[in-house]
Ligand binder design. Structure first.
Ligand code: KIV
Length: 257
């Protein structure tokens, strides 16, 4: 197993695991100093491409962004999302995951659970491909955001799903939009780290979409804290540039040859 993954697993219940998303070298270079895991998430569909859902993301798109991100990564573990429809059968999952890993040189892939595709994880692991699971609100399979684990039936299903994903060999699981007590229970039951997004402080680590937390995407659901307002910073710079070009203040001699 990749030494970075072993290190992540050992952090379970000891030291919180810091994760964020990146889609490009420039952002990955900044995140790499602080993050344990950088995820090239298929959320790039909404965030970068303005798509309504993540379902139209192609393998090529993920491979290209992962390649860019890996140029900025020195120490973090880099995980890439497999797009919907690229891991429906063991054969396609292995072929497509190998392609992503080969092209980008990332460390692992993430697949969303539909509560049926546990065998896919097993087959990927048997092919020496490291897998991160993803349960709860899984955008590839559930259309509208809804908190997960609200009743006993859902709670049991989520617990069984996480146990099954661990059993098949995943090294960690993203818990998305899961009720606090259920996320806490899952985290205490399974031995691999849970990475929460909108799933409370009781997970072993946290992830959010970087563009949301820096105020670039304009998307601020309850589970996102806005740590910066980068849109404002960019706007201020662009406004100044606009004025200076119109007034012929820029470029100066210093910027010329
Ligand atoms: O696609 C993504 O960015 C994700 C995270 C939100 C977990 O799956």
């Amino acid at each position: 197993m990749n030494y970075k993954i072993t290190k992540i697993i050992k952090r379970k219940s000891k030291q919180p695991i810091v994760c964020l998303t990146a889609y490009s070298k420039s952002i990955a270079t900044i995140l790499d100093k602080y993050c344990d895991i950088i995820l090239v998430g298929d959320s790039l569909a909404n965030v970068l491409y303005g798509m309504k859902s993540t379902n139209k993301v192609s393998l090529e798109m993920m491979a290209n962004h992962a390649k860019s991100v890996m140029q900025g990564v020195k120490k973090s573990l880099c995980v890439v999302d497999m797009p919907k429809g690229t891991y429906d059968t063991p054969k396609s999952a292995i072929k497509n995951a190998r392609y992503l890993l080969k092209v980008s040189k990332c460390d692992a892939i993430k697949i969303e659970s539909n509560n049926k595709n546990f065998k896919i994880i097993k087959k990927l692991i048997e092919s020496n491909i490291s897998v991160m699971g993803h349960i709860g609100f899984t955008p590839q399979y559930k259309k509208k955001f809804k908190v997960q684990g609200l009743n006993h039936k859902q709670e049991n299903q989520l617990i069984n799903e996480s146990i099954q994903i661990e059993k098949e060999g995943a090294f960690s699981i993203v818990l998305e939009g899961i009720k606090t007590n259920v996320a806490k229970k899952i985290t205490s039951i399974i031995k691999i780290p849970t990475i929460g997004i909108g799933s409370s402080i009781f997970c072993d680590g946290q992830i959010i979409v970087t563009d949301d937390m820096i105020g670039l995407s304009g998307f601020y659901p309850k589970f996102v804290k806005k740590y910066a307002n980068i849109s404002k910073v960019i706007e201020k710079a662009v406004k100044k540039y606009d004025t200076e070009v119109r007034k012929k203040i820029f470029p100066t001699k210093k910027n010329s040859f």
